[in-house]
Design a protein around this ligand. Structure first.
Ligand code: ADP
Ligand code: ADP
Length: 225
């Protein structure tokens, strides 16, 4: 569990400033959605929190720790990508347990954790299959399984549902909501889909041109004229 503090965060790509000094406190257990038009900086913000993108200025804290220069795997965050990023040659169980294996856990320690994550996500029946034998929705559950199995302090979602059809999107939205209610993990969720942001988030943060232009509870935000 951890809060996230962004203090004057700046991102420059060469001579182009993509993020213009963003400050934001995300509370422990809060679910925050970043929304806004393409190119507004959502994904850059998320990748900086993940440690996948260098921060050009400002201070980023996760919990008590300044993490500006901390490697992704030492940040206690787990990210779920739009393209699932599963390893095709590994089984579902191996995919879910891979991060734990890399961290040096023994098979006997990994197995119950993988089973528990699979149970929560209702994919226990698929543990021996390869990702290629799964539907898009099932693959996204595996990707989430890989994130929750580590019990990270922070979940980061980068447009996780945009490759799914409408029916599956609704189903997975429910799944993500259930997961957050159950685990209460601090979550940052990037989407261009307002319905998704509204149904999931405690707070919606609207970005435009690399700045926060609006934020609030979804009801408060979207009921304004
Ligand atoms: P969003 O996720 O909201 O679509 P991005 O964070 O991807 O926005 O992009 C924000 C801005 O930064 C855009 O102007 C984009 O062109 C620029 N940008 C993103 N990634 C790079 C990169 N690797 N190199 C140069 N410019 C980039
Ligand atoms: P772990 O669970 O130990 O983080 P992963 O296999 O999930 O291991 O990922 C290893 C690293 O590669 C992580 O830092 C992750 O952020 C990065 N990564 C994984 N998939 C992608 C992707 N599709 N795009 C960019 N980076 C990725």
């Amino acid at each position: 569990m951890a809060d996230i503090r962004l203090e004057g965060i700046v991102k420059d790509y060469g001579s182009v400033r993509a993020i213009h000094g963003v400050s934001l406190n995300i509370q422990d257990g809060e679910f925050v959605a970043f929304v806004g038009p393409s190119g507004c900086g959502k994904s850059t913000m998320l990748r900086m929190i993940a440690g996948l993108e260098e921060i050009s200025g400002g201070v980023l804290k996760i919990g008590e720790r300044v993490v500006n220069d901390v490697e992704p795997r030492d940040r206690d965050v787990a990210m779920v990508f739009q393209d699932y990023a599963l390893y095709p040659h590994m089984s579902v169980a191996e995919n879910i347990g891979f991060g734990l294996k890399m961290r040096g856990l023994k098979a006997s320690e990994i197995e119950p954790k993988v089973r528990e994550a699979a149970r929560i996500l209702q994919i226990e029946a698929y543990l021996d299959r390869k990702p290629g034998q799964l539907s898009g929705g099932q693959r996204q559950r595996v990707a989430m399984g890989r994130a929750i199995v580590r019990k990270p302090a922070v979940f980061l979602f980068d447009e996780p549902l945009s490759n799914l059809d409408a029916k599956l999107r609704v189903e997975m939205r429910t799944q993500i909501k259930r997961l957050h209610a159950m685990l209460k993990t601090t979550t940052v969720y990037v989407t261009h889909d307002q319905t998704e942001a509204m149904t999931l988030a405690d707070r919606v943060v609207v970005l435009r041109g690399g700045k926060i232009v609006q934020q609030g509870h979804p009801i408060e935000l979207y009921s304004r004229p």
